[in-house]
Design a protein around this ligand. Structure first.
Ligand SMILES: [Zn+2]
Length: 431
């Protein structure tokens, strides 16, 4: 049994009934440099328990819980549900190009692991794997997981090759969860390290129209920004990029556009924490978004939010008769869905510190400052969608979110530049 070619620091374990596999190079987010890889023997499929009887691999074979997988086991079989199916992506290294495919599996014990394959194996497993189905998997290499990209419960990723075995379980009615989340609150985002990933469950209060940013390669990418709130009563923005903007973002905008107080519950798995404009969230390659997922936590958040329905309103500003009222009056059900201009006296009891300003365009259009929110392009310049050009100067403008309270109730309000400047008593330039 020959050891793989490679650096001497590679640990190779092998015996008579097995052989080693080696994948070298640093490819994809979940793959570690070769010097960190621990190569494990992979049993030939023909030496394993018989697989002719369909029920047998599950019933006759000892299943290994995902949480007890380790690189020193020579043989293991896991059984789990595919809770994420990635895309078949191209990769390029110094030595070669190829394709990579990853999926996530969760087992009965609520442990999950990322499974990755390359090239021919990637194509084969990409065609085979169906989201939501339960499979038995054996014969793979365990490698240390890269935790920047992956918040799975296990310290390992599985690398499969063409000699690995993936079998669809005949009986799919096994009690294995459909989802796995480790939710944090918006309040906890601030104490999470930048660039790490978190799972968040929140109410989508609003979402912007899609905008386009130019990337350094002159191609364009779409994005939308969704305003999220949870029962920590703070708000956070999450930027949905590319396909997330086009698909989930579009659906969210349809759900948020209704003028009722009903708002969708959004579960974001593996949202990236980005230190842009304070702490915000963004989608990354491993992100998943679920709208109104059928999970206990979502029902609880929905119940909490519904209990606030009479106290949360989404007033929009337009011209009309100025009505003097209290917050309860603004939010009385007869007013929902209507636009009204009102005056009220209330106390600011909370300001969302994680997002209160934006970089605004200073170009003069029709004798007025443009003020349009600028987009940061991939080559670090600022681009104005309205003026349709890069701008070299910008001013920060307020778009601040407050909770106001009077003796009837509370509500979220948004104050833009002039109003927020008078509230804050200081301009963004002076801040
Ligand atoms: Zn402009």
């Amino acid at each position: 049994m020959a050891a793989p070619n490679g650096s001497p620091s590679i640990i190779t374990i092998s015996d008579d009934t097995s052989r080693t596999t080696s994948i070298t190079g640093s490819i994809g987010p979940n793959v570690v440099p070769p010097q960190l890889a621990v190569h494990m023997p992979i049993a030939r499929t023909d030496t394993l328990a018989p697989t002719t009887h369909e029920g047998c691999p599950v019933d006759c074979m000892q299943l290994t819980p995902i949480k007890s997988l380790n690189p020193y086991q020579s043989l293991w079989t896991i059984e789990g549900r595919v809770i994420k199916k990635g895309y078949l992506n191209n990769y390029t290294t110094e030595k070669r190009t190829g394709q990579v495919f990853s999926f996530d599996v969760i087992d009965k014990s609520n442990s999950d692991i990322v499974v990755t394959s390359f090239d021919q194996a990637a194509t084969s497993y990409y065609n085979q794997i169906q989201l939501g189905k339960i499979y038995t998997i054996r014969g793979g290499t365990l490698r240390p997981a890269k935790k920047d990209y992956n918040n799975s419960t296990t310290p390992w990723d599985i690398i499969l090759d063409l000699d690995s075995s993936i079998k669809l379980r005949t009986n799919q009615s096994v009690d294995i969860p459909q989802y796995l989340f480790r939710f944090k609150t918006i309040e906890e985002i601030n104490s999470s390290p930048a660039k790490s990933t978190i799972d968040l469950l929140a109410i989508a209060l609003s979402i912007t129209a899609p905008s386009t940013i130019r990337k350094s390669d002159r191609t364009f990418n779409h994005k939308r920004t969704v305003l999220l709130s949870d029962n920590s009563t703070l708000c956070s923005e999450a930027t949905l990029w590319g396909a997330f903007s086009d698909n989930k973002g579009k659906l969210l905008s349809e759900l948020c556009v209704t003028k009722t107080s009903v708002r969708p519950v959004v579960a974001i798995k593996r949202a990236k924490i980005t230190p842009f404009k304070g702490i915000t969230l963004a989608t990354g390659p491993n992100t998943q978004i679920f709208i109104d997922p059928n999970i206990t936590e979502a029902h609880a958040l929905r119940a909490w939010f519904t209990s606030l329905d009479s106290t949360i309103a989404y007033p929009s500003v337009s011209i009309g008769k100025i009505e003097e009222t209290d917050i309860a009056g603004i939010k009385s059900s007869s007013q929902l869905g209507k636009t009204l201009t009102f005056s009220t006296a209330a106390t600011i009891i909370h300001m969302n510190m994680s997002s209160f300003s934006y970089p605004g365009c200073t170009s003069i259009v029709n004798n007025q400052q443009c003020k349009k929110k600028l987009d940061l392009t991939a080559n670090s310049s600022w681009y104005c969608q309205k003026c349709k050009h890069d701008v070299s100067h910008y001013d920060y403008k307020y778009a601040s979110h407050f909770i106001i309270e009077d003796d009837t109730t509370t509500t979220w309000v948004t104050a833009f530049d002039e109003v927020a400047t008078s509230i804050m008593g200081i301009s963004t330039q002076e801040l």
